[in-house]
Design a protein around this ligand. Structure first.
Ligand SMILES: [Zn+2]
Length: 208
């Protein structure tokens, strides 16, 4: 609308704020300043490095910082290094868009799931609003997941339509996370609101 081109940027307050990595005019990944950071992508469980192209946790070491150097700082941000050279000619590594946070990872029935995977699916449905809640429970000694999601302004009265929509959301979620969640569509403004960062996951599972 404004006739401007937007560029993606990555940063965090522990490093130097925005601009730790930035897109070039190719807009195919964000170049990270390797003259300032040592960049590593590791498996968040084993802490072993992963090959280029594979998603893992971004770990950074500052090279020039004096007052607060950070050595192998675990950012908890999940991304991958885009393999190959950038057509722009810069040689600094390119990071892909952030895929989520390693501390958000849910392990359900032995499968690693990130809330962002669920959010991405939900966002594709016009009928849904932006608030959702993932509840993890123990049912008959098994892990179970319920996804409550708010509908937009008008709650559909048509029960058959609502059921069809619920089925379609469930199917798409299963295809993405490989587990069948229970999906409940709820009227707008019925999910609990939290101050600050939204609480998206409630885990009430029995700990063994
Ligand atoms: Zn480039």
């Amino acid at each position: 609308m404004l006739g401007v081109k937007a560029y993606n940027s990555f940063g965090m307050s522990e490093m130097c704020g925005p601009g730790v990595a930035f897109e070039c005019p190719e807009q195919n990944g964000m170049h990270i300043w390797e003259d300032y950071y040592i960049v590593e992508i590791v498996n968040p469980d084993t802490l072993e490095p992963v090959p280029d192209g594979e998603v893992g946790e971004l770990v950074l070491t500052t090279l020039k910082r004096e007052a607060m150097p950070l050595l192998r700082y675990r950012t908890r941000d999940l991304t991958r290094i885009l393999p190959g050279e950038c057509p722009c000619g810069r040689h600094h590594l390119r990071l892909d868009r952030m895929k989520g946070r390693s501390d958000d990872m849910i392990i359900l029935k032995g499968v690693n799931i990130f809330p962002i995977q669920i959010e991405t699916i939900l966002m594709q449905f016009q009928e849904l609003a932006s608030d959702y809640l993932i509840t993890l429970e123990t049912v008959d000694d098994n892990d179970a997941m319920t996804v409550d999601v708010e509908m937009k302004d008008l709650f559909i009265d048509d029960y058959a339509k609502l059921q069809a929509l619920t089925r379609e959301i469930t199917r798409q979620l299963r295809d993405e996370i490989l587990i069948t969640p229970r999906v409940r569509l709820v009227p707008k403004n019925t999910l609990p609101k939290s101050e600050g960062k939204a609480v998206r996951v409630v885990d009430t599972r029995k700990k063994y």
